[in-house]
Design a binder for this molecule. Structure first.
Ligand code: TXA
Ligand code: MG
Length: 310
């Protein structure tokens, strides 16, 4: 995607005026607003139809900006050094004098933060002077957006601008780790758990149970393409689209592969766009073949599993 200075300026202007806009990150597109502004943050909740008790992730340009708002610990620095910027979100203690709008955390004293890697995003946030609250740019519980056109599809003319950064390179949301007490993974995502474990070199609990209060957004029904989806399918039923990991040697117009050679990074990148495409083609339901739960396969299965609760 061509870098365009006037688009960055335009985006800044909208944000400075407390508007919400679509922004690219390497994981998925975000619906962004000034995290210090009650007005901007309220708009995000309304546009997304998001319950107020489901807190937002705040996106930063660099460490010195984050230090103003959060208490940082040893585990944080280890992970930050290795993985930031990148698809990892930290849940941290909020400082008393932080300027983050209380609406972002629903008055709680913990904040989810992240440092996106996407080029245009970095150019934009560098000169803002405030961090950006940004949930994924989709109506609550629906499929996240991985292209600027997806964001437009989700929100129509309810938002005034989407900064187009091309297709997201990771393709699913960030992995979330809480560092409030012992390290605890709250959402599987674009960074594999095994890589995190290697760096921290101590036990990490994985707590992605939807009934727990600590990640309110991990609801059972999530990431839904809006039509039924079943996993571990062996055969197609009538009117179903078939999603497979690797290209098969058969010609079948109802068969959609995620990666030509079965590469998991590529499959992750193509997951949401494939589901969106199938929905648009008018299929009534989706069958997905069994995908091994290793590495990013685990994150893919997590999303498919939640989408299957439709
Ligand atoms: O990749 C991503 O993380 C994308 C891009 C735009 O950065 N954002 C994203 O945001 O996925 P969202 O709002 O769709 O999902 C954020 C998740 C929700 O499940 C929310 O409940 C959880 O993070 N969360 C936010 N603040 C939290 C907190 N203080 N404690 C625990 N979970 C939190
Ligand atoms: Mg989301």
């Amino acid at each position: 995607m061509k870098y365009n200075q006037s688009n960055i300026k335009k985006a800044k202007k909208y944000l400075d005026n407390n508007n919400c806009i679509g922004i690219p990150t390497e994981t998925v597109y975000g619906l962004a607003g000034n995290a210090y502004s009650d007005i901007a943050v309220k708009k995000i909740f309304i546009l997304k139809k998001r319950p107020r008790n489901n807190p937002l992730i705040v996106h930063y340009y660099n460490l010195s900006e984050l230090k103003k708002d959060c208490v940082l610990n040893k585990d944080f620095f280890l992970l930050y050094k290795k993985f930031c910027p990148g698809p990892l979100t930290f849940v941290l203690k909020l400082k008393k004098n932080s300027k983050i709008s209380k609406i972002v955390t629903n008055n709680k004293k913990i904040l989810a933060v992240r440092f996106p890697k996407q080029r245009l995003f970095k150019k934009l946030i560098k000169n803002l002077g405030y961090p950006l609250a940004a949930p994924s740019a989709n109506i609550s519980n629906k499929l996240s957006s991985v292209k600027a056109s997806d964001v437009k599809e989700e929100f129509g003319n309810k938002i005034k601008f989407v900064l187009d950064g091309g297709k997201c390179k990771v393709g699913i949301e960030s992995t979330i780790i809480s560092l409030i007490k012992k390290p605890e993974i709250l959402r599987l995502g674009g960074l594999e758990n095994s890589k995190i474990k290697k760096v921290l070199n101590k036990p990490i609990t994985v707590n992605i149970n939807p009934n727990k209060k600590n990640a309110p957004g991990q609801s059972k029904l999530h990431y839904s393409p809006g039509i039924p989806l079943r996993m571990n399918a062996k055969k197609l039923k009538k009117d179903e689209a078939f999603v497979v990991l690797k290209k098969k040697n058969i010609r079948n117009k109802d068969c959609f592969y995620l990666s030509k050679k079965g590469n998991l990074n590529e499959a992750t990148k193509n997951l949401y766009s494939t589901l969106r495409k199938i929905k648009k083609k008018g299929y009534k339901s989706i069958a997905v073949e069994k995908i091994k739960s290793v590495g990013l396969g685990q994150s893919i299965n997590d999303r498919l599993n939640r989408a299957s609760k439709f």
